[in-house]
Ligand binder design. Sequence first.
Ligand SMILES: [Zn+2]
Length: 299
Amino acid sequence: MTPEHLERLPRDRTVFTMVVSPIEVHGHHLPLGTDIYIAEAVRDRVVKALGERHPEVSIVILPSLHCGSDALPYPGSLSVGAPHLEGVLIDYCKGLAKQGFKYLVVFDNHGGPRHHLAISSASRKAWNKWRFQLIDPFIDIYRRMIVHDPELMSMTGLRPTECGDDPDNHAGTNETSLMMAVYPDMVLCDVREIRPSYPPELRGAAKIVDKMGRIFESLGRKRIGEDLRHLAQAMAWTGQEGFLPYMGAPALASKDSGEAMLRAHVEISLRLIERALAGDDARPAAILEALSFLRRLPE
Ligand SMILES: [Zn+2]
Protein backbone atom coordinates (compact mmCIF):
# COMPACT_ATOMS: atom_id res chain seq x y z
CA MET A 1 0.00 0.00 0.00
CA THR A 2 1.03 3.62 -0.49
CA PRO A 3 0.05 6.61 1.67
CA GLU A 4 -2.53 7.46 -1.02
CA HIS A 5 -4.22 4.07 -0.59
CA LEU A 6 -4.36 4.65 3.14
CA GLU A 7 -5.70 8.18 2.67
CA ARG A 8 -8.71 6.87 0.74
CA LEU A 9 -9.85 4.47 3.49
CA PRO A 10 -13.01 5.46 5.39
CA ARG A 11 -11.86 6.25 8.95
CA ASP A 12 -14.85 4.84 10.80
CA ARG A 13 -15.26 1.76 8.59
CA THR A 14 -11.69 0.48 8.33
CA VAL A 15 -10.57 -2.44 10.47
CA PHE A 16 -6.84 -3.06 10.87
CA THR A 17 -5.84 -6.60 11.80
CA MET A 18 -2.58 -7.90 13.22
CA VAL A 19 -1.51 -11.31 14.52
CA VAL A 20 0.25 -11.04 17.88
CA SER A 21 1.62 -14.26 19.38
CA PRO A 22 5.00 -15.54 20.55
CA ILE A 23 7.54 -17.95 19.18
CA GLU A 24 7.02 -20.71 21.71
CA VAL A 25 7.74 -24.40 22.28
CA HIS A 26 4.62 -26.50 21.63
CA GLY A 27 5.75 -29.99 22.61
CA HIS A 28 8.04 -31.79 20.18
CA HIS A 29 5.28 -32.44 17.66
CA LEU A 30 4.24 -28.87 16.74
CA PRO A 31 6.38 -26.00 15.42
CA LEU A 32 7.53 -23.00 17.47
CA GLY A 33 5.27 -20.81 15.34
CA THR A 34 2.10 -22.74 16.23
CA ASP A 35 0.26 -19.83 17.87
CA ILE A 36 1.12 -17.54 14.98
CA TYR A 37 0.05 -20.05 12.31
CA ILE A 38 -3.28 -20.72 14.03
CA ALA A 39 -3.94 -17.02 14.60
CA GLU A 40 -3.15 -16.25 10.93
CA ALA A 41 -5.59 -18.96 9.82
CA VAL A 42 -8.32 -17.50 12.06
CA ARG A 43 -7.53 -14.03 10.74
CA ASP A 44 -7.82 -15.16 7.11
CA ARG A 45 -11.22 -16.72 7.77
CA VAL A 46 -12.48 -13.70 9.72
CA VAL A 47 -11.28 -11.29 7.01
CA LYS A 48 -13.10 -13.33 4.38
CA ALA A 49 -16.34 -13.60 6.39
CA LEU A 50 -16.26 -9.94 7.44
CA GLY A 51 -15.78 -8.87 3.82
CA GLU A 52 -18.77 -10.99 2.77
CA ARG A 53 -21.07 -9.84 5.57
CA HIS A 54 -20.00 -6.19 5.46
CA PRO A 55 -18.83 -5.14 2.00
CA GLU A 56 -18.89 -1.52 3.22
CA VAL A 57 -16.00 -2.26 5.62
CA SER A 58 -12.35 -1.94 4.54
CA ILE A 59 -9.85 -4.34 6.06
CA VAL A 60 -6.09 -3.83 6.28
CA ILE A 61 -3.85 -6.78 7.16
CA LEU A 62 -0.78 -5.62 9.04
CA PRO A 63 2.25 -7.98 9.11
CA SER A 64 2.24 -10.42 12.02
CA LEU A 65 4.02 -9.40 15.22
CA HIS A 66 5.94 -12.46 16.41
CA CYS A 67 5.84 -11.23 19.94
CA GLY A 68 4.24 -12.51 23.13
CA SER A 69 4.67 -12.60 26.90
CA ASP A 70 4.76 -15.62 29.19
CA ALA A 71 5.92 -18.00 26.48
CA LEU A 72 6.54 -21.43 27.99
CA PRO A 73 9.84 -21.25 29.91
CA TYR A 74 11.47 -24.00 27.87
CA PRO A 75 14.52 -23.81 25.58
CA GLY A 76 13.32 -22.70 22.14
CA SER A 77 10.73 -20.17 23.35
CA LEU A 78 11.35 -16.44 22.86
CA SER A 79 9.31 -14.53 25.41
CA VAL A 80 8.87 -10.77 25.28
CA GLY A 81 8.20 -9.01 28.59
CA ALA A 82 4.68 -7.65 29.05
CA PRO A 83 5.74 -3.97 29.40
CA HIS A 84 7.48 -4.15 25.99
CA LEU A 85 4.52 -5.80 24.29
CA GLU A 86 2.16 -3.30 25.90
CA GLY A 87 4.33 -0.37 24.73
CA VAL A 88 4.49 -1.60 21.13
CA LEU A 89 0.73 -2.08 20.98
CA ILE A 90 0.01 1.33 22.50
CA ASP A 91 2.25 2.93 19.88
CA TYR A 92 0.51 1.08 17.05
CA CYS A 93 -2.83 2.31 18.41
CA LYS A 94 -1.48 5.83 18.79
CA GLY A 95 -0.19 5.86 15.20
CA LEU A 96 -3.48 4.60 13.80
CA ALA A 97 -5.58 6.89 16.02
CA LYS A 98 -3.54 9.93 14.92
CA GLN A 99 -4.51 9.13 11.33
CA GLY A 100 -8.15 9.01 12.38
CA PHE A 101 -8.65 5.24 12.41
CA LYS A 102 -10.64 3.52 15.14
CA TYR A 103 -10.09 -0.23 15.14
CA LEU A 104 -7.24 -2.71 15.48
CA VAL A 105 -8.22 -6.37 15.83
CA VAL A 106 -5.46 -8.56 17.22
CA PHE A 107 -5.52 -12.27 16.33
CA ASP A 108 -3.82 -14.42 18.89
CA ASN A 109 -3.62 -18.00 20.09
CA HIS A 110 -1.47 -17.62 23.17
CA GLY A 111 -2.90 -17.83 26.67
CA GLY A 112 -0.02 -16.51 28.81
CA PRO A 113 -1.47 -14.50 31.73
CA ARG A 114 0.87 -11.51 31.31
CA HIS A 115 0.39 -11.67 27.53
CA HIS A 116 -3.35 -11.05 27.85
CA LEU A 117 -2.88 -8.50 30.63
CA ALA A 118 -0.43 -6.54 28.45
CA ILE A 119 -2.83 -6.54 25.48
CA SER A 120 -5.77 -5.66 27.67
CA SER A 121 -3.88 -2.83 29.36
CA ALA A 122 -2.83 -1.38 25.98
CA SER A 123 -6.44 -1.68 24.89
CA ARG A 124 -7.70 0.15 27.99
CA LYS A 125 -5.20 2.99 27.53
CA ALA A 126 -5.96 3.38 23.81
CA TRP A 127 -9.67 3.52 24.61
CA ASN A 128 -9.30 6.06 27.40
CA LYS A 129 -6.90 8.28 25.46
CA TRP A 130 -8.15 8.16 21.88
CA ARG A 131 -11.46 6.23 21.99
CA PHE A 132 -9.58 3.72 19.81
CA GLN A 133 -10.60 0.06 20.06
CA LEU A 134 -7.90 -2.59 20.26
CA ILE A 135 -9.77 -5.89 20.39
CA ASP A 136 -8.23 -9.33 20.93
CA PRO A 137 -11.10 -11.83 20.51
CA PHE A 138 -8.90 -14.66 21.82
CA ILE A 139 -9.00 -13.03 25.27
CA ASP A 140 -12.73 -13.78 25.27
CA ILE A 141 -12.36 -17.21 23.66
CA TYR A 142 -9.61 -18.26 26.07
CA ARG A 143 -11.72 -17.56 29.13
CA ARG A 144 -14.59 -19.51 27.58
CA MET A 145 -12.24 -22.48 27.06
CA ILE A 146 -10.99 -22.36 30.67
CA VAL A 147 -14.43 -22.13 32.31
CA HIS A 148 -16.20 -24.52 29.88
CA ASP A 149 -18.54 -21.80 28.69
CA PRO A 150 -21.77 -23.61 27.69
CA GLU A 151 -22.10 -21.62 24.48
CA LEU A 152 -18.54 -22.47 23.35
CA MET A 153 -19.04 -26.13 24.27
CA SER A 154 -22.24 -26.32 22.22
CA MET A 155 -20.73 -24.35 19.31
CA THR A 156 -17.77 -26.76 19.09
CA GLY A 157 -19.29 -30.00 20.38
CA LEU A 158 -16.09 -30.40 22.42
CA ARG A 159 -15.94 -31.62 26.02
CA PRO A 160 -13.77 -30.65 28.99
CA THR A 161 -10.17 -31.89 28.58
CA GLU A 162 -10.32 -31.42 24.78
CA CYS A 163 -11.30 -27.74 24.52
CA GLY A 164 -8.04 -26.05 25.57
CA ASP A 165 -9.03 -25.89 29.26
CA ASP A 166 -6.49 -26.34 32.08
CA PRO A 167 -5.92 -30.10 31.57
CA ASP A 168 -5.55 -29.46 27.81
CA ASN A 169 -3.87 -26.09 28.03
CA HIS A 170 -0.91 -26.31 25.68
CA ALA A 171 -0.12 -28.31 22.54
CA GLY A 172 -2.56 -31.00 23.73
CA THR A 173 -5.76 -32.15 22.04
CA ASN A 174 -7.06 -28.68 21.17
CA GLU A 175 -3.96 -27.07 19.71
CA THR A 176 -2.88 -30.24 17.91
CA SER A 177 -6.39 -30.46 16.41
CA LEU A 178 -6.18 -26.83 15.30
CA MET A 179 -2.84 -27.48 13.57
CA MET A 180 -4.27 -30.61 11.89
CA ALA A 181 -7.01 -28.35 10.51
CA VAL A 182 -4.82 -25.46 9.34
CA TYR A 183 -1.43 -27.02 8.49
CA PRO A 184 -1.56 -30.85 8.71
CA ASP A 185 1.95 -31.07 7.23
CA MET A 186 3.32 -29.17 10.22
CA VAL A 187 2.15 -31.80 12.72
CA LEU A 188 5.60 -33.29 12.87
CA CYS A 189 5.15 -36.89 13.99
CA ASP A 190 2.53 -39.56 14.60
CA VAL A 191 0.72 -37.97 17.52
CA ARG A 192 -0.96 -41.28 18.45
CA GLU A 193 2.34 -42.30 20.00
CA ILE A 194 2.65 -39.25 22.29
CA ARG A 195 1.80 -39.97 25.91
CA PRO A 196 -0.57 -37.51 27.58
CA SER A 197 0.70 -34.87 30.00
CA TYR A 198 -1.58 -34.49 33.03
CA PRO A 199 -1.97 -31.57 35.46
CA PRO A 200 0.33 -32.12 38.46
CA GLU A 201 -0.68 -32.06 42.09
CA LEU A 202 -0.82 -28.51 43.45
CA ARG A 203 2.02 -27.69 45.83
CA GLY A 204 3.64 -24.67 47.48
CA ALA A 205 2.74 -21.29 45.96
CA ALA A 206 0.39 -22.89 43.41
CA LYS A 207 -1.57 -24.51 46.24
CA ILE A 208 -1.86 -21.18 48.07
CA VAL A 209 -3.05 -19.37 44.91
CA ASP A 210 -5.61 -22.13 44.32
CA LYS A 211 -6.84 -21.78 47.92
CA MET A 212 -7.19 -18.01 47.49
CA GLY A 213 -9.24 -18.68 44.37
CA ARG A 214 -11.55 -21.03 46.26
CA ILE A 215 -12.00 -18.45 49.02
CA PHE A 216 -12.99 -15.79 46.46
CA GLU A 217 -15.42 -18.26 44.90
CA SER A 218 -17.00 -19.04 48.26
CA LEU A 219 -17.44 -15.28 48.82
CA GLY A 220 -19.35 -15.00 45.54
CA ARG A 221 -16.41 -13.49 43.59
CA LYS A 222 -16.63 -16.20 40.93
CA ARG A 223 -14.59 -14.54 38.21
CA ILE A 224 -11.47 -13.65 40.19
CA GLY A 225 -11.75 -17.06 41.92
CA GLU A 226 -11.72 -18.90 38.58
CA ASP A 227 -8.85 -16.75 37.35
CA LEU A 228 -6.68 -17.48 40.38
CA ARG A 229 -7.37 -21.22 40.13
CA HIS A 230 -6.34 -21.13 36.46
CA LEU A 231 -3.14 -19.30 37.43
CA ALA A 232 -2.47 -21.97 40.08
CA GLN A 233 -2.69 -24.70 37.43
CA ALA A 234 -0.21 -22.91 35.17
CA MET A 235 2.17 -22.32 38.09
CA ALA A 236 1.99 -25.97 39.17
CA TRP A 237 2.73 -27.25 35.67
CA THR A 238 5.65 -25.00 34.75
CA GLY A 239 7.00 -25.01 38.31
CA GLN A 240 7.69 -28.76 38.21
CA GLU A 241 11.22 -29.98 37.72
CA GLY A 242 11.53 -31.43 34.19
CA PHE A 243 7.97 -30.58 33.10
CA LEU A 244 6.84 -31.75 29.68
CA PRO A 245 6.48 -28.89 27.14
CA TYR A 246 2.82 -29.73 26.50
CA MET A 247 -0.30 -30.20 28.61
CA GLY A 248 -3.04 -32.52 27.44
CA ALA A 249 -3.37 -35.46 25.08
CA PRO A 250 -2.13 -34.81 21.53
CA ALA A 251 -3.05 -38.44 20.67
CA LEU A 252 -6.76 -37.55 20.89
CA ALA A 253 -6.52 -34.70 18.38
CA SER A 254 -8.52 -34.68 15.15
CA LYS A 255 -8.93 -32.41 12.17
CA ASP A 256 -12.70 -32.27 12.81
CA SER A 257 -12.22 -30.97 16.37
CA GLY A 258 -9.80 -28.37 15.02
CA GLU A 259 -12.30 -27.25 12.38
CA ALA A 260 -15.04 -26.99 15.02
CA MET A 261 -12.83 -24.81 17.24
CA LEU A 262 -11.81 -22.65 14.26
CA ARG A 263 -15.46 -22.00 13.40
CA ALA A 264 -16.07 -20.88 16.99
CA HIS A 265 -13.02 -18.56 16.88
CA VAL A 266 -14.35 -17.01 13.68
CA GLU A 267 -17.91 -16.60 14.95
CA ILE A 268 -16.91 -15.05 18.29
CA SER A 269 -14.38 -12.74 16.58
CA LEU A 270 -16.98 -11.54 14.08
CA ARG A 271 -19.47 -10.78 16.83
CA LEU A 272 -16.97 -8.62 18.71
CA ILE A 273 -15.95 -6.77 15.54
CA GLU A 274 -19.58 -6.14 14.61
CA ARG A 275 -20.29 -4.79 18.09
CA ALA A 276 -17.29 -2.46 17.83
CA LEU A 277 -18.36 -1.25 14.38
CA ALA A 278 -21.83 -0.56 15.79
CA GLY A 279 -20.21 1.82 18.28
CA ASP A 280 -20.18 -0.40 21.40
CA ASP A 281 -17.13 -0.92 23.58
CA ALA A 282 -16.43 -4.54 22.58
CA ARG A 283 -13.15 -5.05 24.42
CA PRO A 284 -13.17 -8.31 26.42
CA ALA A 285 -11.71 -8.44 29.95
CA ALA A 286 -8.59 -10.57 30.38
CA ILE A 287 -8.10 -13.34 32.89
CA LEU A 288 -6.79 -11.70 36.12
CA GLU A 289 -7.89 -8.27 34.84
CA ALA A 290 -8.67 -7.29 38.43
CA LEU A 291 -5.00 -7.96 39.24
CA SER A 292 -3.67 -6.19 36.16
CA PHE A 293 -0.54 -5.03 38.05
CA LEU A 294 0.72 -8.65 37.80
CA ARG A 295 1.82 -7.87 34.23
CA ARG A 296 4.61 -5.76 35.71
CA LEU A 297 6.21 -8.75 37.47
CA PRO A 298 9.30 -9.70 35.46
CA GLU A 299 9.34 -13.13 33.79
ZN1 LIG B 1 -0.17 -22.17 21.74
